[in-house]
Design a protein around this ligand. Structure first.
Ligand code: AMP
Ligand code: GLY
Length: 424
C-alpha cells in the first residue's frame, strides 16, 4: 500500500525511515517532509496538512492505504476526522479526542472525574484571585499559561515573589487564563501507549531533556535529547501507570463517545506516591520518537494500520534489547530566535560511524546545499548496550558534522549514566 506521512521534523524523519522499511509499504509520501527524507519518500511540499479536506482528497485520489499524522496541529484541526469520514485509514485521534493535548482544562476535568493521580490545581482568569491563591500556596508553586496565553510555558517558582512576577506578566495579556499547580517532585518520563479505542498497547518509556543547557539549565525547549528505554520506569511502575492513569483515561474517552485512537504520550512524574500525570500529548514525542524507532523491531506500518483499523489486539510491539539515545543539534539562538541559513556538511561521514543522522529544521539553498532553517536542526541517534555507549556513538558522529551555527547539550542521559556508573 501507499502510506502518507504528515510532518517535517526529526520525529517524522524517524517514522519515515521505519515506514519505508516495511514490506507493506509500496510507496511512501511525506507532506511536507524535509531534505533528509528525499531518498526515502516522495515529498509533497505544497499539500496543506492543516486542511483535512485537502488531505482526504489527495489520499483518495492517490489510493493511499494509511495516513500517519506526526504533529499535533493537524489532529487538533480535524484532519483525522476528515480522513475517517472519507473511509481512509488514519493513525491519529479525532479533534475531540485530541483535546487531551489541546486543552489542559479538559484533561484536568477528566482526571478529577476518573480519579487519575495528577497535580492539584486551580484555574484563574484574573490576577487578584490568582495572586491570593499563589501567595498562600506551598513552595515551589507551578504557574502555567493556558487558553489564549498557552505557549508561554511553565514556571516552577521557588519563591512567592517569582510566582507573582510571572502571574503579573501572564495577566498583562488580555484574556489570559492561568493554572496554578502543586509541584510534583521526582523523575520525569515520557511513556507511549498505542490505542485503537478498545485495546491499549504499551510501547516504551523514554527520558527527554527539556532544558537548553547542560545540567538541565536555561529555558525549556521542545527537547534537546532523549534515551530509551527509561529503566527508572520499572515494570511495576508501568503496571501502576496503566491501571491508575491510562486505562481510566481511555475508558473515560470511550464513555464520552470520543474514543482515543492513536498514540497517547503520557508525561509522568515518578513521585514517592507513584506515577502522576503531568500532561498528555496525542502524538509521538520529538525527540523521543527517534529513540523508539531506533529500538523497534516490529513492522511499524503493520502496527499503525492495525491501530487505525481497531485491530491492535492482533499485533505486538517487539524491541531490540539495547539502548538508543538521540542528541539534538540546534541552531544558535534556540529556543529564542535561531540563526538561519548556516551551511551543514559532513552528514555522510557522520552516518558512516554507525549513528543515524536525522534531519529536522533543514532546507536547501538556491545551489542545493543543505542549510539550517529551524531551531532544532539535526538529531543524531546512537545505540549500544548502555546509555553511556549509545550517547558515546552519537557524540562521536557529531564530531564529523560541520555546522558553524550548531550546538548541542554535552550531557544527554546524565541521570542514567550516573546510575550505570554506580552499578558497575
Ligand atoms: P508542560 O508545558 O505541561 O509540558 O510542562 C513542561 C514541563 O514543566 C514538564 O515537562 C515538567 O518538567 C514541568 N512541569 C509541569 N507541570 C509540573 C508540575 N505540576 N510539577 C513539576 N513540574 C512540572
Ligand atoms: N519532547 C517533548 C514533546 O514532544 O512534546
Amino acid at each position: 500500500m501507499d502510506i502518507l506521512l504528515l510532518g517535517s521534523g526529526g520525529r517524522e524523519h524517524a517514522l519515515a525511515l521505519k515506514l519505508a522499511q516495511s514490506p507493506l509499504c509500496a510507496r511512501l509520501l511525506v507532506a511536507p517532509g524535509n531534505p533528509g527524507m528525499e531518498k526515502l519518500a516522495t515529498l509533497l511540499p505544497s499539500l496543506d496538512i492543516l486542511d483535512g479536506d485537502a488531505v482526504a482528497e489527495f489520499a483518495r485520489a492517490n489510493g493511499v492505504g494509511l495516513v500517519v499524522v506526526g504533529p499535533e496541529a493537524p489532529l487538533a484541526a480535524g484532519v483525522a476526522d476528515a480522513l475517517n469520514a472519507a473511509g481512509i485509514p488514519v493513525f491519529g485521534p479525532s479533534a475531540a479526542a485530541a483535546r487531551l493535548e489541546a486543552s489542559k482544562a479538559f484533561t484536568k476535568a477528566l482526571c478529577d472525574e476518573a480519579d487519575i493521580p495528577t497535580a492539584r490545581y486551580r484555574r484563574f482568569d484574573g490576577l487578584e484571585p490568582a495572586l491570593a491563591y499563589s501567595n498562600a500556596h506551598a513552595l515551589p508553586v507551578v504557574v502555567k499559561a493556558d487558553g489564549l496565553a498557552a505557549g508561554k510555558g511553565v514556571t516552577v517558582a521557588a519563591t512567592h515573589a517569582e510566582a507573582e512576577a510571572v502571574l503579573r506578566e501572564l495577566f498583562a495579556e488580555p484574556g489570559a487564563e492561568v493554572v496554578i499547580e502543586e509541584c510534583l517532585v521526582g523523575e520525569e518520563v515520557s511513556f507511549f501507549v498505542l490505542a485503537d479505542g478498545r485495546t491499549a498497547l504499551p510501547l516504551l518509556a523514554a527520558q527527554d531533556h527539556k532544558r537548553v543547557g547542560d545540567g538541565d539549565s536555561g529555558p525549556n525547549t521542545g527537547g534537546m535529547g532523549a534515551y530509551a528505554p527509561a529503566r527508572v520506569f520499572t515494570p511495576e511502575l508501568q503496571a501502576r501507570a496503566m491501571a491508575d492513569i491510562i486505562e481510566p483515561t481511555l475508558a473515560a474517552m470511550a464513555a464520552r463517545g470520543t474514543p482515543f485512537t492513536g498514540v497517547l504520550f503520557c508525561g509522568l512524574m515518578l513521585t514517592a506516591d507513584g506515577p502522576k500525570l503531568i500532561e498528555y500529548n496525542v502524538r509521538f514525542g520529538d525527540p523521543e520518537c527517534q529513540v523508539l524507532m531506533a529500538l523497534m523491531e516490529s513492522d511499524l506500518a503493520e502496527i499503525l494500520l492495525a491501530g487505525a483499523q481497531g485491530r491492535l489486539h492482533t499485533v505486538e510491539a517487539r524491541w531490540k534489547p539495547e539502548v538508543a539515545a538521540v542528541v539534538v543539534v540546534a541552531a544558535r539562538g534556540y529556543p529564542g530566535t535561531p540563526a538561519k541559513g548556516g551551511l551543514i556538511d559532513g552528514l555522510d561521514e557522520a552516518g558512516a560511524t554507525g549513528a543515524t543522522i536525522l534531519q529536522a529544521g533543514t532546507s536547501r539553498d538556491a545551489e542545493g546545499r543543505l542549510i539550517a532553517s529551524g531551531g532544532r536542526v539535526l538529531g543524531v541517534v546512537g545505540t549500544g548496550p548502555t546509555v553511556a555507549a549509545a550517547t558515546g556513538q552519537a557524540y562521536a558522529a557529531i564530531k564529523s558534522i560541520s555546522f558553524a551555527d550548531g550546538f548541542c547539550r554535552a550531557d544527554i542521559g546524565w541521570r542514567e549514566i550516573a546510575r550505570e556508573r554506580a552499578a558497575s
